[in-house]
Design a protein around this ligand. Structure first.
Ligand code: PEP
Ligand code: MG
Length: 595
């Protein structure tokens, strides 16, 4: 590029996975390209040689992962669980067997055999109806890529060596790469690949650096030395912004920093309204690694620990000890007042390998969650034993998902009782008074809330499923997402019914669906009288701030007005306009929330 030549501005839209704005010089991650070769093996010796090459590549990959794990543990004092998950995939019998069979039976080289295995995994995961679980295929892909790289002998620049104030641009970053980023120096990152719920996204959020993934061709569009803006809040990357855009983003960045600093500064303050009503704030987590970030964002406890990940990507079911170690780590964290562990919420085609879970026509309404557990009692007991054992290490609550009627919770409680008795007989200490709650996410549970409330210590409303089942909207079908409306009059009535029934019976009512973390709905939730709001950790500071600046009486008034509307459009418009006027700095004019 000649002197003074103006570089073309390119704007790319991807998925913002870690909020904030970063601006700086590009650092294109230098990885030697490699292609997956294909050749036929025509002698037995060659077959044996390929199997050995594959096994050596597995060993080399294992060494690399152990090395990263050791470095991270020494530096950060944490044990990154996903590295263990990657190591487990490397040792996964199905992964190894499948690849070796490909080499032996199809007589192809190791690279091609790995590629065939990955294609099979991809197809298996693609069939899953849950986006979160579908994206777990990324972990298998990262492991496959590492093995392929080791087979190819090609190397990649060490990400931990980058210690300049740059923005890293890469085709893809595995969580193992991401966790090695020197977050004190590196300003942000952007990648071609990746999705919203990937481990990489979770790690990026815990590092608190802006990141955008899934840009498809950022590595092609960008050159070393380019200036780039990464807007992790809007999911946008701007390459070589013109001076006007640069100025706009400078202002936005300054504004973001002020708000951010203000929010983080006050994040530890409790969520107490002007008229002295306290709302407990919980974090929704999927991995223990998320706890430090949740605590620094001001969470009081863990309101929803989705334990599903302990089960996926496995050829065999997790052992009691594996469960126990995960739970102990979460409940014993000194930064948390409590941790609510939700039991197994999977089923249908979400298990890769357990034959007991056959494919279903309509998995969202199939043999899943508590229904599956009540059928497969031994499997359920393993998890319950582990939760009860962990309960002496910190305040633990148990949450049963997808309860649709009284019989289910009674059956679940009976099994819990049996497990308690078994543990007591074995002399294993447990918290005898562990609190038991149910997710209210099936409309029939709402109708039965008054009766169900007498069975449990708390309710937790799962709006994601409750909206799906009540409004008949498939939550993973993009064509109907426009109908997914928490302020639908029917939903507001359902929510009110649950809270009132819970309070009449003297139990607490929490909410842990996405609605609980949406700042626009803060006053509606306060008006409803929800006792605990549990949300994605990054949403906490803003929610707490709005609650602190509100009163219950004003919230009740707003709720009453909104409940008098008969159409969702009216409710949405009214609430949005009210909140923007009432909390202008929390809802910027361009309507793109910073968090
Ligand atoms: C819900 O349904 O609102 C919920 C919190 O559970 P999940 O999103 O895990 O189904
Ligand atoms: Mg749910």
């Amino acid at each position: 590029m000649g002197n003074g030549e103006i570089k073309k501005t390119v704007v790319l839209k991807g998925v913002g996975v870690s909020p904030g704005i970063a601006k700086g010089q590009v650092h294109l991650l230098n990885c030697q390209e490699f292609t997956t070769s294909y050749y036929k093996l025509d002698t037995k010796t060659l077959v044996a040689k390929e199997v050995k090459r594959f096994r050596d590549a597995l060993k080399a990959s294992n060494r690399e992962l152990l090395d990263i794990k050791e470095r991270i543990s020494a530096k950060e004092g944490i044990e990154p669980i996903f590295i263990d998950i990657h190591i487990m995939i490397l040792k996964d019998k199905m992964f190894i067997r499948e690849t070796i069979e490909n080499i032996r039976e199809r007589r192809v080289n190791a690279e091609w055999a790995v590629k065939l295995t990955l294609t099979k995994y991809r197809a298996l995961f693609q069939k899953m109806d849950d986006e979160y679980l579908r994206e777990r295929v990324n972990d298998v892909e990262y492991v496959g890529e590492r093995v392929l790289r080791n087979l190819s002998g090609k190397t990649c620049e060490k990400i931990s060596d980058i210690d300049e104030a740059v923005i890293i641009i890469a085709r893809d970053l595995s969580p193992a790469d991401t966790i090695q980023i020197n977050a004190e120096k590196v300003l942000g990152f952007a990648t071609d690949m990746g999705g919203k719920t990937s481990h990489t996204a979770i790690v990026a959020r815990s590092l608190e650096i802006p990141a955008v993934v899934g840009l498809e061709n950022v590595t092609r569009e960008i050159k070393a030395g380019d200036l780039v803006i990464v807007d992790g809040s809007a999911g946008v990357v701007i390459i070589n912004p013109d001076p006007e855009v640069l100025k706009r983003y400078d202002d936005k960045q300054k504004h973001y920093r002020i708000i951010e600093e203000d929010l983080i500064r006050s994040a530890a303050l409790p969520a107490v309204t002007g008229d002295r009503h306290r709302v407990r704030i919980g974090a929704n987590i999927e991995f223990a690694e998320e706890i430090p970030s949740a605590v620094s964002h001001g969470t009081d406890g863990v309101g929803l620990y989705r334990t599903e990940f302990i089960y996926v990507n496995k050829e065999r079911l997790p052992t009691e000890e594996e469960h126990f170690l995960n739970y102990k780590r979460v409940v014993s964290d000194p930064g948390l007042e409590w941790a609510t562990i939700r039991t197994f919420d999977l089923g249908g085609d979400k298990f890769v390998s357990d034959p007991r879970l056959a494919e279903e026509m309509n998995p969202a309404m199939g043999l899943r969650a508590i229904r599956f557990c009540l059928r497969e009692i031994d499997l359920f007991k393993v998890q319950l034993r582990a939760i009860l054992r962990a309960s002496v290490h910190g305040k633990t609550k148990i949450l049963f998902p997808m309860i649709s009627g009284v019989a289910e919770i009674r059956d679940a409680k009976k099994i819990l009782c049996d497990v308690k008795a078994e543990l007591c007989a074995e002399g294993v200490p447990i918290d005898e008074n562990i609190e038991i709650g149910i997710m209210i996410e099936v409309p029939s549970a709402v109708m039965m809330a008054d009766v169900l409330a007498r069975e449990v210590d708390f309710f937790s409303i799962g709006t994601n499923d409750l909206i799906q089942y009540s409004l008949a909207i498939d939550r993973v079908n993009e064509r109907v997402t426009y109908l997914y409306e928490p302020l639908h009059p029917a939903i507001l009535r359902l929510l009110k019914r649950v809270v009132d029934a819970g309070h009449e019976a003297g139990i607490n009512v929490a909410m842990c669906g996405e609605m609980a973390g949406e700042p626009y709905y803060a006053l509606i939730l306060l008006g409803l009288g929800i006792d605990e709001l549990s949300m994605t950790p990054l949403a906490i500071p803003r929610m707490k701030k709005i609650i602190r600046e509100s009163t219950v009486s004003e919230s009740k008034e707003l709720l009453n007005t909104v409940m008098s509307f008969s159409m969702v459009k009216e409710s949405e418009e009214f609430v949005r306009a009210y909140m923007i006027k009432r909390f202008p700095e929390n809802f910027p004019a361009n309507n793109v929330p910073y968090r």
